[in-house]
Design a protein around this ligand. Structure first.
Ligand SMILES: [Zn+2]
Length: 116
């Protein structure tokens, strides 16, 4: 993977954009799989109560995964939008600079270290 920082320590926005898009695609693919699994209504219902409990528990795990995936998708889309608008490295609270090293470590950060 291309480093998100140039050799001089500034952000490589092209690399940031492709990193965000790659992650967005992989999260969306996972979401599709989770949705397909959750919506698969013709799967067999076990007659045994402990198997049934296991099934419900699995669904809860999947739903929690789906929820965190949805949040991740939102954060990635927001970051991409900020790249396009030229506000990617601008703190959304104090409008100061979010340092390149922070963005390289956490590419969806919207707050500078002081506001976070
Ligand atoms: Zn700030």
């Amino acid at each position: 993977m291309t480093p998100l920082l140039h050799a001089d320590g500034t952000l490589n926005l092209d690399a940031v954009r492709s990193h965000l898009m790659t992650e967005l695609r992989s999260v969306l693919r996972r979401q599709d799989k989770i949705d397909a699994h959750l919506q698969n209504e013709d799967r067999e219902m076990p007659s045994d109560w402990s198997e049934m409990a296991q099934l419900v528990e699995n669904d809860e795990v999947l739903e929690a995964l789906e929820e965190s995936g949805r949040e991740r998708v939102g954060a990635l889309r927001m970051a991409l939008q900020r790249v396009e608008q030229g506000s990617y490295a601008v703190c959304s609270a104090c409008e100061g600079e979010i340092r390149p090293g922070r963005l390289a470590a956490m590419p969806t950060a919207t707050l500078c270290i002081d506001c976070a």
